[in-house]
Write a new protein. Structure first.
Length: 733
């Protein structure tokens, strides 16, 4: 199983397959609208159909044109989505400026190429209205991939853009002229292909597929179970490539098809003594929920209720699939170009075919007596087509069979999701720990394992806030020479129900990526204030709590009001709160920021700079803000006693703190050797695992009380007599 997960996961990360899948996913809003339009136009209730046609003067031909027009728009949107995602995958090394414009232009070029190649036929737009061809989606996908790839490749060739924009101050024009040669070259290629295409009549592609079909079958119409198996398998294979197998096979067998009672639904006319493989038989007993018996996938999801990447799409597709409208699953999930669902998509309808054939052959189900609309819901269609409950019961059996076929593959999709997370988590953590290097991360659009892990957590982060999966832990700050706890730092923790504890650095990166920083910081501030009030009620007064806020959060115009209102609500003294400015991104020094921070300081809240020495604007912060505390980053505190260059930096920070009368807190103190060096150099206030790991609120309460009762607890672990002497001398002095 692990090997299968690895192979499919690798296929899923293929640049081109990923572009197809994500390009389809970008069109989900349009697919939802298309599904609604199909249902409104074809709702299988005769009084409604009569009312709609009379009220809006809609004829069958109008419905046909509307459906086809929507489909052409869908295909164009597929081209846009796929080409954009593919171009973005090549632009990850340069995510700003020219690269982002190139992704947009790639989309425009690909759509233009598609219009040149396909929609330029006058009779496709005029006369009988838009026409729909079986291979529309297939051609849209191929066009998007080829056009986008050619354009991106040509754009990377410097001679094609040399000196085209060197003398332009207008940034838009400079980018336009930088890509004009690649764009023109790409479109010329498709103009040539368009002329070559004049020798191929795309509207008669059925002839090509007919050749395949007639070589694959014994005869042109299924009349035996073996023929029906081959018929269903071939139709499903077409669909997996984005080719409308139903249209193709109906066109091939047009001379053998006769209209049934309702328009657009046909059955194979054969001799009365032969078994009837009608369109009703295939539509409502084989393809339950649409192509691939996709209702089984819907049922498997609601049965298992496991978290996958497909949850929302399956939820939204439930109602349309009930009416046999499966486009949202085919292109939104998507089934097409998705290695996970190839096998069940092929197998499920073959099993339902076998079961249905046996049920009708042995007389277990009444013969099909009426052809019903494709859009008639499951159970109802089974009853109406056979005029018997046995038809509805057969559909229930087929639904259960298809559900059991799809269920293992939903489980597999979850395993692949977990595998991708495990593969990408380490790199995501490393990226997040160094996220101050870049201003924007664009994690969610990365196609590698890091992007996969980020997207998984992004989907869960908002729900985690609502579900109470976040909590705070508190790490004491120790005044070593006075042997007392002088405050704590509030540290956010997330216990994911599947992946366990998520690093705070990753939490912040994901929150930044998904515009959830404000909501997250509000929760931290509220929870910290509530906890201070709770400690006070338990007899622990004057606990000083530090809360981390990033530059993006501090730039919020409502931050000061929120903090002060929260403290007032819990009746917390502002002197008990400290704002620790986290230097992941440089804090813009403007009037709004200065006014907000000055207002907080005036109310008694203190300001600290976290990770001092490795961030963006430390010196500027000291100049412009009323900073009370500098917290020395681990990159300095862990290396100062081993590296003379780092030691010089530490001494410089110590000097700054002494000159500006700023308190210095040294973070990540974990060994006695490290502590001894820092104390000898003048360090006094420490935070780190040598004294205490982060504690839950109840454990911190016990820890503080224990230290207050016996100050020697902080020095009992000391081995160095010299260090003990320093502490004892300070106390006696």
């Amino acid at each position: 199983m692990d090997k299968i997960v690895f192979i499919i996961g690798t296929m899923q990360r293929n640049r081109y397959l990923k572009s197809i899948q994500q390009g389809f996913e970008l069109t989900i809003p349009l697919l939802i609208v298309s599904s609604i339009i199909l249902l409104l136009l074809n709702f299988p209730y005769i009084p409604y159909q009569i009312w709609m046609r009379n009220t809006f003067d809609i004829k069958d031909r109008d419905i046909y044109q509307i459906v086809n027009a929507v489909w052409v728009i869908n295909c164009i949107s597929f081209v846009m989505g796929i080409s954009y995602i593919l171009a973005e995958s090549f632009n990850q090394a340069s995510l700003v400026g020219m690269a982002r414009y190139r992704s947009f232009l790639s989309m425009i070029i690909s759509v233009t190429a598609y219009l040149i190649f396909i929609v330029s036929d006058r009779n496709m737009v005029y006369g009988d209205g838009f026409q729909r061809f079986p291979a529309d989606v297939f051609i849209a996908v191929i066009t998007a991939l080829i056009a986008s790839r050619i354009f991106v490749a040509l754009s990377s060739i410097r001679p094609l853009e040399k000196d085209m924009h060197a003398d332009m101050s207008n940034p838009v024009l400079s980018r336009v002229y930088a890509t004009i040669m690649p764009a023109v070259t790409t479109l010329l290629i498709f103009v040539i292909l368009r002329f070559l295409r004049s020798y191929i009549d795309l509207k008669n592609l059925g002839g090509f597929f007919s050749h395949i079909y007639n070589n694959f079958h014994i005869g042109s119409v299924p009349s035996t179970l073996g023929d029906a198996f081959r018929y269903v398998l071939l139709e499903s294979l077409y669909w997996l490539f984005g080719i409308d197998g139903t249209m193709i096979l109906n066109d091939i067998n047009g001379s053998r098809l006769a209209l049934s009672g309702l328009p657009h639904y046909n059955f194979f006319t054969i001799e009365p003594n032969e078994f009837i493989f009608s369109r009703t038989f295939f539509a409502h007993f084989v393809y339950i929920g649409g192509e691939g018996a996709l209702f089984g996938l819907i049922l498997a999801y609601w049965w298992l209720r496991i978290r996958t990447d497909y949850d929302r799409t399956i939820q939204m597709a439930t109602v349309p699939v009930f009416f046999n409208i499966s486009k949202l699953l085919l292109y939104g999930l998507p089934i097409i170009a998705n290695p996970i669902f190839i096998l069940p998509f092929l197998v499920a309808p073959l099993l339902t075919l076998l079961i249905s054939y046996m049920a009708f052959s042995f007389g277990l189900v009444a013969p099909i007596s009426t052809s019903v609309s494709w859009y008639t819901p499951v159970i109802i269609s089974g009853y109406l087509s056979t005029d018997s409950l046995s038809g509805a019961i057969l559909q229930v059996v087929n639904l259960l069979v298809s559900m059991f076929v799809y269920a293992p593959f939903l489980v597999l999709s979850r395993q692949i999701r977990d595998h991708e997370y495990q593969q990408g988590h380490k790199e995501l953590l490393e990226f997040s720990m160094n996220r101050y290097v870049v201003e924007e991360s664009f994690l969610n659009i990365r196609t590698d394992v890091v992007g996969a892990a980020a997207r998984i957590l992004s989907a869960d982060l908002r729900a985690a806030l609502r579900a109470g999966q976040f909590f705070l832990m508190y790490q004491p700050k120790i005044n070593f020479l006075e042997r007392k706890v002088m405050g704590v730092e509030a540290l956010i923790r997330w216990k994911h129900p599947v992946y366990g504890f998520i690093s705070p650095a990753v939490i912040i990166s994901i929150a930044e990526e998904n515009d959830l920083l404000d909501e997250l910081s509000h929760w931290v501030i509220t929870e910290s204030a509530r906890q201070i009030a709770e400690w006070r009620s338990q007899g622990l007064d004057n606990v000083h709590v530090g809360v981390n806020l990033s530059a993006r959060e501090i730039n919020s115009p409502y931050l000061a009001d929120f903090i002060l209102n929260t403290l007032e609500f819990y009746n917390v003294d502002p002197h008990q709160l400290e704002i620790e400015i986290v230097e992941t991104v440089e804090l813009t020094v403007n009037n709004l920021v200065q006014q907000q921070l000055q207002r907080l300081v005036q109310m008694g809240i203190t300001l600290a700079i976290d990770d001092f020495g490795v961030g963006h604007g430390s010196a500027i912060y000291l100049k412009n803000f009323d900073i009370s505390t500098l917290k020395v980053d681990r990159a300095i505190s862990e290396e100062a006693h081993r590296d003379h260059r780092v030691a010089a930096i530490f001494n410089g920070i110590m000097s700054i703190c002494n000159d500006l009368k700023v308190t210095m807190v040294i973070e990540h103190v974990e060994t006695e050797e490290q502590l001894k060096y820092l104390v000898q150099r003048g360090g006094n206030i420490f935070q780190g695992y040598f004294f205490s790991k982060p504690l839950l609120s109840g454990d911190l309460f016990t820890y503080v009380q224990s230290v207050e009762a016996d100050k020697s607890l902080l020095t009992k672990a000391l081995v160095s007599e010299e260090l003990r002497a320093l502490v004892d001398a300070d106390i006696s002095g």
